[in-house]
Ligand binder design. Structure first.
Ligand code: DLZ
Length: 146
């Protein structure tokens, strides 16, 4: 099992904690650190492009997408959140590689930090768990066409 993690640098005081949670979940799932690659992108808007390119290499069974959008005074929040969610959905559909959505959309930094706190409800951890579960499901389903 090889996993790519695409993580946004924007709001890295939160996304770094999501990354730690995701890496811990992958370790707990028995995946070697050497089978996990981390790719950093500027912000949530760039996550789908990097996730798609990572999946297209054929090297990964799953892609974990991590980011943090904090609602501000501008409409950017809505546009970026929507582009990110739709982009990840489209990238997973077009590549056939499962991608999980570990992108926080919160009203405040406090809310974001709560969801990135260490422990079982860290959203990076939950996102990595979901990606591994989907990769295992896809492996189990196989492909009768090949
Ligand atoms: C521009 C922007 C804004 C306003 N807010 C966020 C945010 O809360 N979280 C995030 O990950 N990225 C944000 N960005 C940056 C965009 O995602 C993107 O990186 C830039 O618009 C450059 O394309």
């Amino acid at each position: 099992m090889r996993v790519a993690i695409v993580v946004a640098r924007f709001n890295d005081f939160v996304t770094d904690r999501l990354l730690v949670g995701a890496q811990a979940a992958l370790r707990d799932a028995g995946i070697n650190e050497s089978d996990v690659e981390v790719f950093r992108v500027p912000g949530a808007f760039e996550i789908p492009m990097a996730a798609q390119r990572a999946a297209e290499t054929g090297r990964f069974n799953a892609v974990v997408c991590l980011g943090c959008l904090i609602r501000g005074a501008t409409p950017h929040f809505e546009y970026i959140a929507s582009a990110c969610a739709h982009g990840i959905t489209a990238a997973a559909a077009s590549t056939g590689v499962p991608m999980s959505f570990g992108v926080l959309t919160t009203n405040s930094a406090e809310e974001a930090l709560e969801r990135a706190a260490p422990g079982p409800s860290n959203k990076g951890r939950e996102s990595a768990d979901a990606a591994v579960e989907m990769a295992r499901l896809f492996a189990h389903l196989g492909d009768a066409r090949s």
